[in-house]
Ligand binder design. Structure first.
Ligand SMILES: Cc1cc2nc3c(=O)[nH]c(=O)nc-3n(C[C@H](O)[C@H](O)[C@H](O)COP(=O)(O)O)c2cc1C
Length: 302
């Protein structure tokens, strides 16, 4: 919702048009109801655990009431990583320096200011507005949220979540084979092999490097989606060849959205589809099911 006017709605529409689910963040600007209404109930909901478990139950009820069948529960953000650019650009600074930095950025981008900053309001965290007394007070909202992120989540909390959520539960942020097995043990329906786009801990392994070990540990008992660095159809082919059932993208759709809204996200998805189809043709495979490790050079098989 900050990249483009009511941005999540635009991206969800582009995804729905090609039959791809869109995942709405707990801290998305648009509410799940707004996104679902625009996209024909195509969205998944991504959940961060909040200390207030009643608030979590409220979010799950909202998700169910809005026809959402899949919950992505993110497990790799017990605390926020250190994002130096957000310190430099003033985003995390509530003082005068931060305000000055933001004001000068706004002054240099009048198009964004009018289109997104003014006409794209409200800029609340749409799914959380019931939780705070005055959602217009962004600083109070952020303080509430910072205090609510729960750094103490254990596998028992995930078992609790499993009991609360009747739909598909997918754990996002698994990177190690033993955690994948724990996810299976907790009754998850799938995992997203993810390192949060490398935004949490610098130096952590790439997801593609971890994929084969996780595939071997799970041995077909849970579907595996992979994200992190997927930038082309060839990247998708490689992930499928190494044993993922599918991939997700983060920054590519956000950048496309910022550059050209719904149409640009649609174009991005079409490019990925086209690149995947060309790569499959050049590898001599006719279906996704026929993609396997035999397509990769020996040194790429892990
Ligand atoms: C600006 C930004 C915001 C993000 N917000 C969330 C979020 O709210 N919840 C979440 O589970 N992951 C979040 N992520 C991580 C993505 O869901 C995803 O794991 C990651 O971006 C994938 O890597 P990629 O950007 O290389 O495709 C965010 C990533 C970016 C770049």
């Amino acid at each position: 919702g900050l990249y483009a006017r009511r941005g999540e709605v635009q991206a969800a529409r582009a995804a729905a048009a090609v039959g791809v689910p869109f995942s709405l963040s707990t801290v998305g600007i648009c509410s799940l109801a707004e996104v679902q209404a625009a996209s024909g109930k195509n969205a998944w909901f991504q959940l961060y655990m909040l200390r207030n478990r009643e608030a979590v139950q409220g979010l799950l009820q909202q998700a169910l009431a809005n026809g959402c069948d899949t919950l992505l529960f993110t497990v790799d953000l017990p605390v926020a990583g250190i994002r130096r650019r957000d310190i430099r650009n003033g985003m995390l600074d509530p003082g005068w320096r931060g305000r000055l930095a933001k004001a000068s950025q706004l002054a240099r981008r009048p198009g964004w200011l009018l289109n997104v900053g003014i006409r794209g309001k409200p800029h609340h965290f749409g799914s959380l507005t019931d939780q705070v007394a005055d959602p217009n007070d962004l600083r109070a909202f952020k303080a509430w949220l910072d205090a609510q992120f729960d750094p103490c989540v254990t596998w028992d909390d995930i078992r609790w979540l499993r009991q609360q959520w009747p739909g598909r539960l997918v754990l996002k942020g698994i990177l190690e084979p033993d955690d994948a097995l724990q996810a299976l043990d907790c009754g998850a329906d799938g995992i997203v092999l993810s390192n949060h786009g490398g935004r949490q801990l610098d130096g952590v392994s790439s997801t593609i490097r971890q994929l084969q070990a996780v595939v071997e540990a799970l041995d077909g008992r849970l579907p595996i989606l992979l994200d992190g660095g997927i930038r082309s159809g060839v990247d998708i082919l490689k992930a499928l060849a190494l044993g993922a059932q599918g991939v997700m993208i983060g920054r590519p759709w956000a950048w496309a959205l910022a550059a050209g809204g719904e149409a640009a996200v649609a174009q991005l998805l079409a490019s990925l589809q086209c690149e995947l189809a060309v790569a499959m043709a050049l590898c001599g495979v006719k279906s996704l099911a026929a993609i396997d490790g035999g397509l990769l050079a020996p040194d790429q098989r892990g």
